[in-house]
Design a protein around this ligand. Sequence first.
Ligand code: COA
Length: 350
Amino acid sequence: MQRSKIAGIGYYVPKNIFTNEDLKKYMDTSDEWIQERTGIKERRYADRSGETTTTMGVEAAKIAIERAGITPQDIDFIVFATLSPDYFFPGCGVLLQRALQMKEIGALDVRNQCSGFVYALSVADQFIKTGMYKNILVVGSEKHSFGLDFSTRGRNVSVIFGDGAGAVVLQPTDLSTGQGILSTHLHSDGSSAEILAMYNPGTHANHWLPQPVANFDDAEIGEMFMSHAMIDEAQNFPNMDGPAVFKKAIVKMPEVVEEALAANGLTTADINMLIPHQANLRIAQFVQHKLKLRDDQVHNNIQKYGNTTAASVPIALCEAWEAGKIKKGDLVCLAAFGSGFTWAGALIRW
Ligand SMILES: CC(C)(COP(=O)(O)OP(=O)(O)OC[C@H]1O[C@@H](n2cnc3c(N)ncnc32)[C@H](O)[C@@H]1OP(=O)(O)O)[C@@H](O)C(=O)NCCC(=O)NCCS
């Protein structure tokens, strides 16, 4: 049996900086409110004419592939995590395969929102451990800026999210090196699926919603997926009960870290670097406090990028590594929580 190791890592964020002051042009909000509640000062928005979830993923992937010392043609499997795909279908994995002119390899899309990258990493890890693949590209990328309600109605959601992408290349490594992904831990609780969700377009037919979001009874057969009424009522934007998300996240994120440590006979004192999903600086601080970690054991960058969902963990991981905060032999812990609810953790010996 072998382990998988991160052989290359990269990230990409768009050049366009959107500050809290810029948001004030569209909605009733303030820099003070946003910073106090979320820690976010600014975020990046994709270039409107050219950048997509896939193209940002491609840029991050190119760096990760080069740092792994291989070429796109050496990649034998793609796992692409996003909640903001270029198309409803097909997924971004095949678009990335095309853009990088890869071989006719498998391309899998993961729809696990904020925990998507850790889920994707876990899937890739299993394929490496069984020996099925040798060079797997794992990508997390999001273009939120196209799908947010920038009016005051949507301000509790739209101020939080930003665009960007991160990627890693996983390769096998011998157990004797001690290096690599030690374990991954995946969880879900669908009882709260509608608390953080985008309902339309979709096929839900109002089955589970607390309040109907579209009048399907009166709709013509061709209007049930996306109609003018849905757009008029802003039903094509994400909904979030922020306080409910907050309460669950501050319990489940530390829990999955403890679970990962226990599975490997380790304690929080052994962690050199925790990369928490950048949901909200206050959530990350709660997690740090609960686990009694020092500031130098945690890397946060939400102040600059906002919450980039599936991209947040690989961007923060790459940034911490580039800054020299993660060195060979270090114990790195990833922890993510998001819509679903789903949450996940991973422990890596760098
Ligand atoms: C969204 C979040 C920042 C809101 O903070 P909060 O302290 O819970 O605030 P509430 O939602 O209770 O709203 C408090 C008030 O601020 C207002 N408000 C919401 N967004 C605002 C904004 N961008 N600017 C100014 N005021 C805003 C609300 O309308 C409400 O006003 P009211 O008291 O007059 O009704 C917070 O709940 C949070 O971060 N939750 C987790 C979200 C998250 O991480 N999501 C990603 C999951 S991975």
